[in-house]
Design a protein around this ligand. Structure first.
Ligand code: ADP
Ligand code: AMP
Length: 213
């Protein structure tokens, strides 16, 4: 089962991708998490990616596509994977299709989580992420058991650098310009499924499970 999560930043892609990965026993591949891990470890890739991420811009396709193509060829992806935050541009989608085509494969599902922009801005203001494992919380809709502490690993919860209101606005503009066209791309490919992302976390997940079967 090869799945793509589509949707604006903050639509709930990561939250749902983790649940999908758990239920279907496939890896969750988040390019944002990969970049943040590289930043934390001080790698060359991390240094380059940070310049773009801090501005709310996209990391260039040259730094992103090969990384994902390598990742989906690892052994744990043999039964599929859920991509979260990739592709984000048409060239990225084409690079993914080309890589799969070499093995006579195609993506199975593109799930678009629909949330209006004003709702997104509210969500991002309340997002907290674990510095250690990347798990995501929301101070109102998905709070941790103990304030400021990750339920999974006990790590400290912080506000992501790119969740400042002005950067969120920039990321939404980038989303509408560069990522939203993917909705049509996957509609034409016949694998698009849209879900109403303004529902509760559990209701969004139930809708997704209905699609995936
Ligand atoms: P994305 O991966 O699309 O950027 P996240 O999964 O990190 O988005 O979700 C953004 C924020 O919104 C997080 O704080 C998360 O806890 C919260 N959130 C996700 N889904 C919902 C939902 N259905 N209702 C309310 N809040 C949600
Ligand atoms: P995310 O964690 O998915 O919200 O991504 C955080 C940031 O990482 C984005 O705002 C981009 O700067 C960068 N990023 C993540 N995935 C991609 C991608 N597929 N292409 C370009 N930039 C990306």
């Amino acid at each position: 089962m090869k799945i793509i999560m589509l949707g604006a930043p903050g639509a709930g892609k990561g939250t749902q991708a983790i649940k999908i990965a758990e239920k279907y026993g496939i890896p969750h591949i988040s390019t944002g998490d990969i970049f943040r891990a590289n930043i934390k470890n001080g790698t060359e890739l991390g240094k380059k990616a940070k310049e773009y991420m801090d501005k709310g811009a996209l990391v260039p396709d040259e730094l992103t596509c090969d990384l994902v193509v390598d990742r989906i060829h690892q052994d744990d992806c043999a039964n599929g994977f859920v991509l979260d935050g990739f592709p984000r541009t048409i060239p990225q989608a084409e690079a993914l299709d080309a890589a799969l085509q070499k093995d006579n494969e195609t993506m199975d599902f593109a799930i678009d989580i629909e949330v209006p922009d004003d709702n997104i801005v509210k969500r991002m203001g309340g997002r907290r992420a674990c510095v250690n494992c990347g798990a995501t919380y929301h101070i109102v809709s998905a709070p941790p058991k103990a304030e400021g502490v990750c339920d999974h690993c006990g790590g400290k919860l912080t506000i992501r650098d790119d969740d400042k209101p002005e950067t969120v606005q920039k990321r939404l503009t980038v989303y509408h310009d560069q990522t939203q066209p993917l909705i049509d791309y996957y509609r034409k490919a016949g694998i698009l499924h849209s879900v109403d992302g303004t529902q509760s976390l559990d209701d969004v997940f139930s809708e997704i499970v209905k699609v995936l079967g």
